[in-house]
Design a protein around this ligand. Structure first.
Ligand SMILES: [Zn+2]
Length: 269
């Protein structure tokens, strides 16, 4: 294959440079991109470096990239980026959101390294996707401003990430219904255990609603905050029980407390 690879943006700190957070996009697109180029060449492909390091502006950087990409005929143009905006995971952008094999496989392979698969997005409005003559995939490896993504990126390392991208371009077709990665499995397990907790709480609440607590006597069973008011109500004949006792539920307790407060406040008026 003949592949053009672009390390997204101008170099860090210059006009047209990338985003930064826990990672610096301009630096990491170069770390990953040059590793991708090396690996693709090793696998026998022809690679054109379509990276522009310095420009007068963002627009200047973008036009320079497209000039480099359109200079020759390519089987694929790959632009490497990192995302920003505090999301999580990897995604690929294609013209019209086309479901190119390469884009799907890159997403899939990065997900196997533990990055959330954000899918394929419609990049028709992105300059490099709109202007490149060749089939173009723009990959956002992960988020520079999300701590967990940055930590995962550093932990996994550039060479595995580059290999995942190369496998996406040159590798075998994938089975999309493959097994979960370990981190996806852990995530799922956490979600399930959180949901189980919520269900338990809801079940307890439902049980309480169906079987309200009944207070028949002014004893230790009655909540501390209501005891004085109930005693006052009984002492003043406002409240009378039957042979079973007072037969009060939680709502009754609250009303009695309110009534006592109301009467006490009127006395002081
Ligand atoms: Zn970017």
């Amino acid at each position: 294959m003949v592949i053009g690879v672009n390390c997204g943006h101008a170099v860090s700190g210059t006009p047209g440079c990338g985003a930064s957070g826990y990672l610096d996009e301009s630096i990491e697109t170069r770390n990953v991109g040059y590793e991708v180029m090396k690996e693709l060449r090793k696998r026998g492909h022809t690679v054109y470096d379509c990276t522009n390091d310095n420009a007068q502006s963002t627009n200047g950087n973008l036009t320079a990239i497209i000039e480099l990409a359109n200079k020759q005929s390519l089987d694929l143009f790959l632009s490497i980026h990192f995302n920003a905006g505090a999301g999580q995971g990897s995604e690929c952008w294609t013209y019209g959101g086309r479901n190119w094999d390469e884009a799907r496989k890159i997403n899939h392979n990065l997900a196997r390294l533990g990055f959330k698969n954000r899918g394929i997005k419609d990049g028709s409005n992105l300059y490099v996707i709109r202007m490149a003559k060749a089939k173009t995939v723009l990959v956002e490896v992960c988020f520079v401003d999300t701590k967990s993504d940055a930590e995962r990126y550093i932990k996994v390392g550039v060479s595995k990430i580059a290999a995942a991208i190369c496998d996406g371009i040159t590798g075998e077709k994938i089975n999309d219904e493959e097994e979960l990665t370990m981190s996806q499995y852990d995530e799922l397990k956490n979600e399930i255990s959180e949901l189980t907790e919520t269900v338990k709480l809801l079940a307890t609440e439902l049980h309480n609603i169906k079987n309200p607590m009944i207070y028949n006597y002014i004893d230790d069973n009655m909540p501390e905050w209501a005891r004085e008011a109930v005693k006052w109500a009984v002492d003043n004949n406002i409240l009378k029980g039957d042979e079973n006792g007072l037969n009060l539920d939680d709502k009754d307790l609250r009303y009695i407390v309110l009534i006592k407060r109301l009467i006490s406040s009127q006395k002081t008026l």
